[in-house]
Design a protein around this ligand. Structure first.
Ligand SMILES: NC(=O)c1ccc[n+]([C@@H]2O[C@H](COP(=O)([O-])OP(=O)(O)OC[C@H]3O[C@@H](n4cnc5c(N)ncnc54)[C@H](OP(=O)(O)O)[C@@H]3O)[C@@H](O)[C@H]2O)c1
Length: 267
């Protein structure tokens, strides 16, 4: 039995779809009304979620609660005798900026706790999801927090496909995979590709990290995002790896293909 946390989100619902295609037994967890209802903040519900589970996919939502949620699931998993956990982390986790700030601090405690847990583990560190442009889309164009900083933008479907391999094959135990697409792209370059696919102009709108505070994000989370976006802006995430191809045996999906497959979502 495989537990999928974050099962209704971008990555989780694709993992669920792929496991269903393979006829692998799984439990799809979220706080929603479909699937298995549980909350990382509710220990009783977590104990029920991991009961009888062999392998868990650990996906916690990006916010200051990430570490607490990771540790809660790991505690419950260990107590229930879960054998393996595959954690979705993020590229750059644990790197430090020249002024000593830790990048990806949200995921660091969870990664470390998992590696010290005695459980079998795999850590997936994806680059920026292609689907982020759906969240960036606003009236004037794509919100751009990262200037001309390039990233190995990855198709979330490839991240999910790698997760399924890691969940179902012990050959991936003890591995950290940095998951990227085939190309380094800035947000303006993504806008240009999207524009060609949609057949209309797609502009970008520069957004400063300070703007996030005004958007209702709490101070600690906004500081974390500001450090992460400055890291990207300064070129530190300009990384392409062959990890997707090594795991899946085929090249990663490019941004234009993702955009074509999702063009209808842009109205
Ligand atoms: N976006 C990127 O470019 C990027 C890049 C690298 C890494 N990541 C990492 O990817 C992860 C996000 O993945 P995603 O985009 O697939 O997530 P998502 O679409 O935001 O979905 C989050 C999932 O978590 C569930 N959830 C939220 N709070 C919960 C709680 N308290 N208890 C139980 N379930 C809860 C949500 O369902 P309910 O709300 O219904 O409970 C949903 O299924 C983050 O850890 C992020 O750091 C993202």
């Amino acid at each position: 039995m495989i537990l999928i946390t974050g099962a209704t989100g971008t990555i989780g619902r694709e993992v669920v779809r792929l496991l269903a295609d393979r006829d692998v037994p799984f439990r799809a967890m979220s706080r929603g009304s479909t699937g298995f209802r549980a909350d990382f903040d509710d220990p009783t519900s977590l104990r029920r979620a991991v009961d009888g589970v062999d392998t868990a996919f650990l996906l916690t939502a990006p916010a200051t609660a990430t570490s607490r949620h990771d540790l809660a699931l790991l505690d419950a998993a260990k107590a229930a005798g879960v054998a393996k956990v595959v954690k979705l982390s993020a590229i750059g986790t644990g790197e430090t900026t020249p002024d000593g700030r830790v990048i990806g601090a949200w995921h660091l405690a969870g990664e470390r706790a998992l590696q010290a847990s005695g459980l079998a583990w795999t850590v997936l560190r994806p680059s920026s999801f292609a689907s982020n442009v759906l969240r960036f889309a606003q009236d004037g164009g794509l919100a751009n927090l990262t200037g001309d900083g390039k990233q190995g933008v990855v198709d979330p479907r490839d991240v999910a496909a790698v997760a399924v391999e890691a969940l179902t094959d012990t050959v991936h135990n003890g591995r950290i995979y940095t998951l990227t697409g085939p190309d380094l792209l800035s947000v303006p370059e993504q806008a240009a590709q999207l524009s060609r696919v949609l057949g209309r102009p797609v502009d970008t709108v520069e957004v400063s990290p300070e703007h996030l505070l005004g958007s209702g994000m709490d101070e600690e989370a906004a500081a974390e995002v500001a450090a992460g976006t400055a890291w990207v802006r300064d070129g530190h995430n300009a990384i392409v790896t062959d990890d997707v191809e090594r795991v899946l045996g085929r090249p990663p999906t490019g941004f234009t293909t993702w955009a074509r497959d999702h063009a209808a979502l842009f109205g």
